[in-house]
Design a protein around this ligand. Structure first.
Ligand SMILES: Cc1cc2nc3c(=O)[nH]c(=O)nc-3n(C[C@H](O)[C@H](O)[C@H](O)COP(=O)(O)OP(=O)(O)OC[C@H]3O[C@@H](n4cnc5c(N)ncnc54)[C@H](O)[C@@H]3O)c2cc1C
Length: 489
């Protein structure tokens, strides 16, 4: 039952990755903790995520014969993220991934399974837990609850309250009854996630995209509530225009405004054409730092993924309606392919070209050139250098064209904090008793990734910064010694 008033040592806003790891630290320090969560279920974007974390020097890497060090990872990180990556937080995170993320999570039943290569990394580091994000969060939430933590669902926090210039609690609302809820707390931690499910905030951050179809695709509660509340009490927001887009996503036709993007993965060998019917990019490079800028340069900025029947066999849609943890719900994927107005299907390529309104000759010319490269046994396609080892010729109808638009997925900017996760004001001074972590802070500190992320560098830093915030918030009110952890030097 939801009450109208709560008194607690530490109040947490949002029970996702950072909220739950923060809560575990608070409890371990001996303080009491309540996480208020606006959705009916805890877990946030983390619970629907792929679960992959950038981890350095792990047993999974060693088993695969990979030698990795925080120094090497740091060099990759800064080269990929550019000058706006926060070197202090990047170094801090990378040195703590082994003991304070990998082994730390293992003690709660998280099993790290395997890895996937990701663009920008010299060696493979993206490490996946059993059950993806859902498996990871189920174990962490269980640990938090077993230590005595509380989660109050269906409570949307709307305001941070202050007494004598110090943060003293929250004002919230019961999302079912609308009743007002007040919270008195020794300190508050904001872990409300990013803003990439709020199209207005995305377009405010990226006004240059206003005239085009842009989709949102973060967690279902990622509306930027924390950013707004923190700003109202003087917190500093930084690098808000660092929005990480994926472009291999099609609109969710079940969403009334078709504004939610569905990320489509695992279609080996497919090609993308623009509205002129031409290929424009090496399709094996699909990341936010490669494909996204390439699609955004097209006129208009979208493309069509061309797929034949065998190619769609392993198609995975990264959304809970289509994927439960690591299990693909195949009948729902087929339902999308057959019913979405953003997906066209035809028994021959000419009809497909007409259905998607691209010039027929240009389109068929691209497919023929691609097929010829494969039939000639070339290693790479001559046009864009795409490796052809996982490709096949387009030869088995029906053929599909899936329309891809840019989807705002992750926020690489947000609330500025120091290394203790204390929220900073515009003078870079801490706002007393206010902490923040996770994607609300561009994953950690304000802008840990910079302009581009190595992948696994969203969830990982969110889990880690949550721990840091929880430990220092507890310390501030007299519990524990703050966060030390164990670096991997
Ligand atoms: C589909 C998908 C796949 C992803 N895959 C990966 C991956 O494989 N690797 C990776 O590194 N990153 C991945 N990410 C990103 C990663 O999941 C997030 O960056 C991470 O979960 C952020 O953690 P967080 O705790 O800050 O936010 P979240 O986990 O989103 O938790 C925030 C919580 O706060 C709640 N909340 C918001 N506002 C309020 C309010 N006013 N009152 C109360 N509660 C509120 C939300 O409902 C939510 O539960 C993925 C994201 C998505 C959407």
């Amino acid at each position: 039952m939801i009450e109208n008033h709560y008194e607690v040592d530490i109040a947490i806003v949002g029970a996702g990755a950072a909220g739950i790891t923060g809560g575990i630290e608070v409890l371990d320090a001996g303080a009491k903790c309540i996480a208020f969560e606006k959705l009916a279920e805890a877990g946030g974007a983390a619970a629907i995520s792929g679960g992959g974390c950038c981890i350095v020097g792990s047993p999974v890497q060693k088993k695969a014969g990979i030698q990795d060090t925080p120094d090497l990872a740091f060099d990759d990180w800064m080269a990929w993220g550019g000058s706006s990556a926060d070197a202090v937080w990047a170094r801090y995170y990378l040195e703590h991934t082994l003991y304070d993320l990998y082994y730390w999570a293992e003690q709660f039943g998280v099993k790290w399974l395997d890895m996937k290569p990701q663009e920008g990394n010299t060696v493979t580091r993206w490490t996946r837990p059993a059950g993806n994000g859902k498996g990871l969060m189920t174990n962490l939430i269980k640990a938090y609850l077993s230590k005595g933590g509380e989660i109050i669902n269906n409570v949307q926090v709307n305001q941070i309250t202050q007494t004598n210039g110090k943060v003293s609690g929250l004002i919230a609302a019961n999302t079912v009854s609308g009743e007002k809820i007040t919270v008195e707390a020794g300190a508050v931690i904001i872990t409300s996630g990013g803003f990439n499910s709020n199209i207005d905030m995305v377009l405010k951050a990226k006004p240059e995209l206003k005239e085009h179809r842009v989709m949102v695709g973060s967690g279902f509660g990622s509306h930027g509530d924390g950013h707004k509340m923190v700003k109202k009490v003087g917190g500093y927001l930084t690098h808000m225009n660092h929005v990480w887009f994926y472009c291999y996503s099609t609109p969710d036709y079940k969403d009334q405004k078709a504004q939610r993007g569905l990320v489509c993965r695992h279609i080996p060998g497919y090609i993308w054409v623009n509205q002129q019917g031409k290929r424009f990019h090496n399709e094996s490079l699909s990341g936010g730092n490669t494909m996204s800028p390439a699609v955004l340069r097209q006129s208009p900025p979208h493309c069509w993924a061309i797929v034949d029947t065998p190619m769609k066999k392993n198609l995975e849609i990264a959304d809970p309606y289509y994927r439960n943890g690591d299990k693909i719900i195949r009948e729902n994927v087929e339902e999308l392919l057959n019913n979405s107005p953003f997906i066209q299907k035809a028994n021959n390529l000419e009809t497909l070209a007409k259905k998607i309104n691209v010039p027929v000759n240009a389109f068929i010319g691209e497919i023929e050139a691609y097929n010829t490269a494969i039939l000639n046994g070339l290693e790479n396609d001559p046009a864009f250098g795409k490796p052809l080892k996982n490709s096949k010729a387009f030869d088995t109808p029906p053929y599909y064209a899936i329309q891809f638009f840019p989807t705002a997925r992750k926020n690489f900017g947000g609330i500025k904090t120091d290394k203790k996760c204390r929220v900073l004001d515009k003078h870079f001074e801490p706002i007393p008793k206010l902490f923040a972590a996770g994607e609300a802070c561009g994953m950690a500190g304000g802008h840990i990734n910079g302009k581009a992320g190595l992948e696994g560098t969203m969830l990982g830093p969110s889990l880690f910064s949550g721990r840091v915030a929880g430990a220092w918030a507890a310390e501030l009110i007299g519990f524990g010694n703050g966060f030390t952890g164990r670096p991997n030097r």
